[in-house]
Design a protein around this ligand. Structure first.
Ligand code: RB5
Length: 143
């Protein structure tokens, strides 16, 4: 899968780990920055990944800041984005099945790399079930 990834300074270390992990697993990872641990504002990186998803440049996006909160809010401001902040795999799984989440947000200061990898694996593998959920997702898109 072609996956876009973006982060601020607080998400940089987890981004490095996940990008290498995903590439090793055979995914095509597009890195939208930030590229080191110097202070950076998360909205630009959340938006860059979100716009790439909406444009179809990548199939899914992963965004990382300290808590995952700011960057997920920024991503969700882009029409067509359904970003979900996850700290455990159950929500990641259901966010795909029921909500067709197209961006996953993680907190680099909240979870470790082992849990983050499990959440990412779960989220990338899960398929949207549509059916009754399609009506609700459509309602999100047409407020
Ligand atoms: C940066 O200090 C921190 O505020 C940011 O990474 C993120 O956690 C914001 O929601």
């Amino acid at each position: 899968m072609r996956v876009g990834i973006g982060n601020d300074h607080a998400g940089y270390e987890l981004k490095v780990d996940l990008a290498a992990y995903l590439r090793e697993a055979g995914h095509d990872v597009v890195d939208y920055g930030h590229h080191d641990t110097t202070s950076a504002d998360y909205p630009a990186y959340g938006r860059a990944v979100a716009h790439a998803v909406v444009a179809g440049d990548v199939e899914r996006g992963i965004v990382i800041c300290g808590t995952g909160v700011g960057i997920s809010i920024a991503a969700n401001k882009v029409p067509g984005i359904r970003a979900v902040l996850c700290s455990e795999p159950y929500t990641a799984h259901l966010s795909r099945l029921h909500n067709d989440a197209n961006v996953l947000a993680l907190g680099g200061r909240v979870i470790g790399t082992g849990l983050a990898r499990l959440i990412v694996d779960t989220w990338l593998a899960a398929q949207y079930r549509a059916g009754r959920h399609a009506r609700r997702v459509h309602q999100i898109e047409t407020p």
